[in-house]
Write a protein of this length. Structure first.
Length: 411
């Protein structure tokens, strides 16, 4: 592929270009799925090998003290904190995003005991909704999950709302909620706020402490590059921490875990939001991956993200107009996260054909083709090549091959 000089110049002038060298990316692949699973940082190989061979293999159980495994939920949480605008001591890394949603929403409801409504929107990631539904059922006190269209959230907040639970970036379309305005609206109505930052952390500036939200959660395996199934994080505003009554009261959230008391007493601060034994290998991989962010200006990350998205929209619409492709998310870069989504009636098959052409995106039912841009390693050349490949797949009907219509378990 011969790049136009304008595309080559964009990559040449990119202040983040050198960061790509920190990732182990396969040759011949354009990877536009970092919003689902981040690429592998090169130094993770050696760090994990050393932990397995030396800390675990040689140190055995002594690693909890000698290598401070027990402190990893706090250590890694403090690395994530500046990426979401949080002070140290307000973020812990533990469990999965789903479990952290459960913990956060349960704690939020306990702070608002006279109300029963959890308000969210139809664009929220389904696991958040399932967790809220299950929690409402488990509480058995007429709690309910109320869903509205994403554009109607602000109008739906009222004096019955106990908790406003939203995902900052719509996982399908990339539409970005106005975090400040919605948090302010919820607080004015007396509601507690929980934000899911899974598609935000490491992709765009977040000031979770500045907006005043009580809780936030997010995962470690998307833009934070912690690896498949990496542990997630939970944030609790500092002034709320002492008031939080954890619903899941595990031993790591106890004031003195190794006193082995028979009764639960919550630990101080963010530690009370941890539950079980820390998953050391997953935490170590995420800890190492987060070192890549040293010295990175998140404003530069956001600027590049928006430019990558704009280029992709322009190239795809220029090349694929009349071929069944329709922009599914916001056209204005400031209104979307670090992804661009298009609709196509045969979106799944098109994505599979693109993967066969060396361009990896993903599909979200019923017809969304989703392409994520991780500015630390995505190049302008990658975006240009992806648009070229989409034109080729559509004009040559490559997606019609039967093998591309056979759906895998993971789409």
């Amino acid at each position: 592929m011969t790049l136009p000089p304008r595309i080559a110049k964009l990559d040449h002038d990119d202040p983040l270009a050198a960061k790509r060298l920190a990732f182990d990316l396969p040759d011949g692949v354009v990877y536009l799925d970092g919003n689902s699973l981040g690429a592998l940082p090169r130094t993770v190989h050696a760090r994990l090998a050393d932990v397995v061979a030396t800390e675990w293999g040689g140190g055995l159980i002594r690693g909890w003290n000698q290598h401070k495994w027990i402190d990893l939920p706090k250590t890694v949480g403090d690395r994530i904190a500046p990426l979401i605008g949080a002070p140290k001591g307000t973020v812990a890394v533990a469990d999965s995003t789903s479990i952290n949603v459960f913990k956060a929403v349960a704690a939020a409801l306990a702070l608002n005991p006279e109300r029963r409504v959890i308000l969210s929107d139809t664009g929220n990631f389904p696991t958040d909704l399932y967790v809220a539904q299950g929690l409402a059922h488990a509480l058995g006190r007429e709690h309910q999950l109320k869903l509205v269209d994403p554009v109607d959230v602000a109008d739906a907040v009222d004096e019955t709302t106990a908790v406003l639970m939203l995902t900052h970036v719509d996982y399908r379309t990339g539409r970005l909620h106005d975090m400040t305005a919605l948090t302010d609206k919820a607080h004015a109505a007396g509601a507690v706020v929980v934000w899911d930052l899974a598609h935000s952390a490491g992709a765009l500036p977040v000031d979770i402490a500045g907006v005043g939200a009580e809780f936030a959660v997010g995962c470690g395996y998307k833009y934070l590059n912690g690896g498949p199934g990496a542990p997630a994080f939970i944030y609790v505003r500092r002034d709320v921490q002492a008031k939080v009554a954890p619903f899941l009261t595990g031993w790591m959230g106890h004031a003195k875990p190794f006193a082995f008391d028979l009764d639960y007493r919550p630990a101080r601060g963010i530690h009370r939001m941890t539950v079980g034994t820390p998953p050391v290998l997953g935490l170590v991989a995420l800890d190492e991956a987060l070192k890549i962010w040293r010295g990175v200006d998140i404003a530069e990350v956001r600027a590049k993200s928006m430019a990558l998205g704009d280029l992709f929209v322009k190239e795809v619409e220029k090349r694929c107009g009349g071929l069944g492709v329709e922009l599914a998310g916001p056209r204005r870069a400031a209104n979307r996260g670090s992804q661009v989504s298009f609709r196509h009636p045969e979106g799944y098959a098109v994505v599979q054909a693109l993967i066969a052409e060396g361009v990896i995106g993903d599909f979200r039912a019923p017809d969304i083709m989703r392409f994520g841009f991780a500015p630390l390693y995505t190049r302008y050349a990658d975006v240009y090549a992806a648009a070229e490949a989409m034109e080729r797949v559509l004009r040559q009907d490559l997606w019609r091959a039967p093998k591309f219509r056979m759906k895998s378990k993971v789409t």
